[in-house]
Write a protein that binds this ligand. Sequence first.
Ligand SMILES: Cc1cc2nc3c(=O)[nH]c(=O)nc-3n(C[C@H](O)[C@H](O)[C@H](O)COP(=O)(O)OP(=O)(O)OC[C@H]3O[C@@H](n4cnc5c(N)ncnc54)[C@H](O)[C@@H]3O)c2cc1C
Length: 436
Amino acid sequence: MRATANEPNNGVLRVAILGSGPSGSALAAILARRGAEVTLFELGRRPELLVGESLVPAVIPMLRRLGIEEQIASIGLEKPGASFVWSPTDRFSFTFARFAPAVPPYAYNVPRPQFDEVLCANAIASGARIVRSRARVERASRESGTELALTAETLAAASHWRGRPPDLIVDATGRSRLVARVLDIPTRIGPRNDVAHFAHYEGFRWEEPIGQVLITRLKAGWSWGIPLRDRLSVGIVVGRTDAERLGDTAEERLTNAIALEPPLTALVGDARRVTPVATYSNYQLISRRGYGPGWVMVGDALGFVDPMLSPGVSLALLSAELLAEGLTPLIHGRSPLDLASTMARYTAAQMANLDAWFNLVAYFYDGRMAAMQRAGREWVEAGPNFLRVAAHDHIERQVALQASGVKVASRYGCGLLRLLGRYGLRGIDPAALAIQ
Ligand SMILES: Cc1cc2nc3c(=O)[nH]c(=O)nc-3n(C[C@H](O)[C@H](O)[C@H](O)COP(=O)(O)OP(=O)(O)OC[C@H]3O[C@@H](n4cnc5c(N)ncnc54)[C@H](O)[C@@H]3O)c2cc1C
């Protein structure tokens, strides 16, 4: 923030947020309500299909704090839990309510374009201004004291600024990673090189509870089934070579996977596809640097883990809340707090959350979670008694606290998983339950 770096800033903090997805809109709403002058840039019309349809329970208190849970409930479908089908005999189904009150008893599945519109409208109602145009940034000149600037065209698009640049630029452009690309910031790349294809279907066969999310391990990769109000979102997540084997186009690949994978054939073999097929790839990325003089990243722009377990929207909203907390004392410019140390604390906290999700997701891909689940079940069945049942229940509760997003980075939960992954498999080979 230029003004606080060199001179006292008696004015209100002026923030440019680039992108009105969940992270950008949530941040805009919170900061605007707390008195900052916020301008939100958004490209324009949202595509018909966007990933990020299944939310985790940790999102519920955040939606309440934003004051939009009722609106989300009216467009979404309540999600009572999730079912993981790893093999015909390795099936794990649970409801969040079982772990209440530590875990909110439900989440939602949402049509993402409408979800984003609710968040964006909430930001505007909270006092943020919206500029509907593509934001562009460039390296700032050395004399400016910052590292990044909006281009003249983008600055002019926000006419209420009268040419005066904002104090802070927030990159909320998601996987476009606008600032990282302009500043050549390197990324940490995750171990998987998957591609996801998905579409919406009507007339599907559904045997799970209403709203339950279904994750199925396939011969190659895995699939999601996310029930929305009137349709089912079906996605496959497969390695690149397997994707190429399935066909040349996204449509061919999804259609062939449905024909070749019995669980998918049973689910949507006779169903009607009602949207085009969308494709996502190169998404396991975490930025090596999340802030610099005059700018900071939130949400996917800072990092995205993986679609397994649906952590994205919760991480995006959490990053907005963490950053807003850090910035609040700086809104009126008289705080002695140093902006750079605020940014450092915020990015360290969010990086720790990203790492925790990465670690948790790895247990699902490499088969340890399914092996632990099978080992636990067999252990209880072999000699059911109070102690075994209580220990099993305790472990499931810890996993639920992490996978619901409520306590993903809990040291105790992470330590327990590490211990069980090493000593609690009772001879079951996780490799046999890994996702290819
Ligand atoms: C295959 C796949 C499946 C997923 N499934 C789930 C799931 O089930 N549940 C879940 O929670 N998460 C899921 N995610 C992750 C989720 O989609 C993201 O984590 C979440 O959308 C991040 O929010 P965001 O606000 O950071 O970014 P985004 O949602 O990507 O929003 C970025 C916004 O910035 C705008 N923008 C981009 N560039 C510019 C620009 N130059 N100027 C102005 N505006 C711009 C875009 O139009 C967009 O509105 C999935 C991700 C993938 C890849």
